[in-house]
Write a protein that binds this ligand. Structure first.
Ligand SMILES: Nc1ncnc2c1ncn2[C@@H]1O[C@H](COP(=O)(O)OP(=O)(O)OP(=O)(O)O)[C@@H](O)[C@H]1O
Ligand SMILES: [Mg+2]
Length: 226
């Protein structure tokens, strides 16, 4: 489970802080696929960065599973991030000289896992996202939708409990976006992984289990799909 309690964040100088998150509280059940929706500047990425332990709140609490996150300790946040979280970005962020399977396996390389163990695990995940037959291709030889599938397989390779995706369909056309949404939904069901996705797109958000809407740093609606 993911739980936020009265999370606040401001930018700017101490004498003149500009509040960006103004007391955000919610909890998200394991295995649910949740959209965070809101206009540009409403605080979506700031919130996702805090949930992803990439930034710290000024006030309030973040709980990941049983862990109340101690933002004061960089080692602890790094350890939790590596163990519990996977990230997907709008721009895919694949390394251009690495083949699809090598991109997927990269987090395992950083953990010192030998190649003989990395490749089969990467291939299994590429299969899972429907790209087993493209394992040896370079990103430049793949479509945008295929690149995002590779990025998704890479996010999954550490067996995370929570996937955080900031506009994961922002670089895809509408048909490919819908396919990506179906894939994310299927993965949240089958792997029981929680997915939190930031999007501008209300139609895509409506395909999620839950929609949390931000406006001006506050939650203005929180809707569970029927
Ligand atoms: N590092 C920063 N320093 C100062 N202000 C920031 C910083 N990051 C974000 N902001 C401000 O915080 C507000 C919220 O930004 P955020 O990136 O969270 O919005 P967003 O909802 O993700 O918008 P978009 O849909 O355009 O990505 C904006 O007004 C932005 O200018
Ligand atoms: Mg943003």
């Amino acid at each position: 489970m993911l739980r936020l309690k009265e999370v606040e964040k401001a930018y700017g100088v101490a004498a003149n802080p500009i509040p960006v998150l103004k007391g955000i509280s919610f909890s998200i059940e394991n295995g649910s696929f949740c959209a965070i929706l809101g206009p540009s500047g409403s605080g979506k990425s700031t919130l996702l960065n805090i949930i992803g332990l990439l930034d710290h709140p000024d006030r309030g609490e973040v709980l990941l599973g049983d862990n109340a996150v101690n933002f004061a300790s960089a080692e602890e946040t790094a350890r939790l991030r590596n163990r519990l979280l996977g990230f997907v970005f709008q721009s895919f962020q694949l390394l251009p000289r690495l083949r699809a399977w090598e991109n997927v396996a990269l987090p395992l390389l950083y953990r010192g896992i030998p190649k003989a163990d990395r490749r089969p695990k990467a291939l299994a995940l590429l299969d899972r996202v429907g790209l087993g037959h493209r394992a040896d291709h370079l990103p430049s030889e793949l479509s945008g939708g295929q690149c995002q599938r590779v990025a998704l397989a890479r996010a999954l390779i550490g067996d995370p409990q929570l996937i955080l995706a900031d506009e994961p369909t922002g670089s895809l056309d509408s048909g490919t976006s819908l396919e990506m949404m179906d894939l994310l939904k299927d993965l949240s069901r089958r792997l029981a992984v929680t997915i939190v996705m930031v999007t501008h797109d209300r139609q895509l958000a409506e395909r999620c289990d839950r929609r949390i809407e931000l406006l001006d740093g506050q939650v203005i609606a929180d809707t569970v799909a029927m």
